[in-house]
Design a protein around this ligand. Structure first.
Ligand SMILES: NC(=O)c1ccc[n+]([C@@H]2O[C@H](COP(=O)([O-])OP(=O)(O)OC[C@H]3O[C@@H](n4cnc5c(N)ncnc54)[C@H](OP(=O)(O)O)[C@@H]3O)[C@@H](O)[C@H]2O)c1
Length: 338
């Protein structure tokens, strides 16, 4: 008899209302995978894009999905069972992961559920010093900050450019993080600070107190002051927002500096960047258990921390997506699954 679980499933693409909390078959771990009893999961922008059927993409790029599907990549939980060939984890271990990303970008990685099966290479032990809710908030955002700023950690082709992304040394460098209050941004601020950078955070005013606490030495409220008006020469700008007019950052970067684009779609400043001698680079985050283990050390000793914007139960995932659609997220939106 098929074992069942509760999960949040999609039977069609659309707004938050298409997320249905219901019974679903419990996955079985394949060889090299462990079954995780999910204690918490977190939301990331790709969950919202997929829920919506990637409507912003040209029709030929949109997913040809098989319903029902289960969204979500980021989990923290406890190993409930192991497939064959699993050597690094045991039943009962507390673990966290970003599951099968970008492999399952277009079909959902299954984290919005009571159980998810995870390749052991994508898992790390959950930092003991933080709870499952905080741990579930880390994987995609922290791995993005890490792979942009510390270590790429793989040699998979880069979907955004013909060359691999390469982090740059940050010690003593002037680094501006745009979108600093969000999931990626608040962790990028802390990682850059830990690496010895002098950090300027750009966000709406409600995030100022938090971002100064997290290590920003300068704060710019983009709703009141444009970055260009501040008139400084940064060694690196990391834009964790995207959208129109990303090119404006080129004017605040010194010759020889760099612009890292977390959301590079629509950037059209390549010629101006070349003229100014600025390296523009992007990458797509990839699941990586070994990097999560390193990040776990920093989460455990409090060097970096995950800020929780809001907390919902798994049954309230529609409301969590509603919160995400309002924007101005501070840190992470998390789902309680126990
Ligand atoms: N390359 C990759 O592999 C990768 C990985 C992860 C995420 N991403 C992309 O990176 C982006 C950020 O992801 P996330 O998880 O951090 O999203 P998020 O948690 O929603 O954070 C976005 C933040 O941007 C701020 N913001 C909005 N408009 C802004 C503006 N004009 N100027 C400055 N800040 C602004 C928002 O708050 P305030 O407006 O209140 O400041 C919010 O805190 C998304 O587009 C996502 O798809 C890419």
């Amino acid at each position: 008899m098929t074992e069942m679980m509760k999960a949040v499933r999609l039977h069609e693409f659309g707004g938050p209302d298409v997320l249905v909390y219901e019974d679903a078959p419990r996955p079985a771990p394949a060889s090299g995978e462990v079954l995780v009893r999910v204690h918490a999961a977190s939301l990331n922008p790709p969950d919202l894009y997929l829920r919506d059927g990637y409507r912003a993409l040209p029709p030929e790029w949109r997913p040809n999905a098989t319903f029902p599907l289960i969204l979500g990549t980021d989990v923290s939980g406890i190993v409930a069972a192991k497939g064959g060939q699993v050597t690094q984890f045991n039943v009962g271990d507390e673990v966290y992961a970003m599951v099968r990303f970008p492999e399952d970008l277009m079909k959902g990685s299954g984290a919005y559920a009571e159980y998810v099966s995870v390749p052991q290479s994508e898992l790390a032990k959950k930092p003991l010093g933080i709870d499952h809710l905080q741990a579930s908030g880390a994987p995609m955002s922290a791995l993005t900050a890490w792979q942009f700023l510390v270590e790429l950690g793989h040699d998979a082709p880069n979907p955004f450019q013909p060359f691999p992304h390469a982090p740059i040394p940050l010690e003593g460098k002037r680094v501006l993080i745009n979108g600093a209050g969000g999931g990626v941004g608040h962790l990028a601020v802390q990682v850059a600070k830990w690496k010895g950078a002098i950090v300027t955070a750009v966000a709406s005013g409600k995030h100022e107190t938090l971002l100064r606490e997290l290590g920003a030495s300068q704060f710019i409220d983009y709703r009141k002051t444009s970055v260009e008006a501040v008139g400084q020469d940064f060694d690196l700008v990391m834009d964790a927002v995207g959208g129109p007019n990303i090119e404006r950052f080129l004017s605040v970067i010194r010759p020889g500096g760099a612009l890292f684009l977390v959301n590079p779609l629509g950037f059209s400043g390549q010629e101006e960047a070349a003229r100014r001698g600025i390296t523009v680079s992007s990458t797509q985050v990839r699941s990586n258990g070994a990097q999560l283990a390193e990040i776990g050390g920093l989460l455990n000793d409090g060097t970096i921390r995950v800020v929780i914007d809001s907390e919902f139960s798994l049954a309230e995932t529609s409301a969590a997506h509603g919160r995400a659609s309002q924007g101005s997220i501070q840190g992470k939106i998390v789902l309680r699954a126990v």
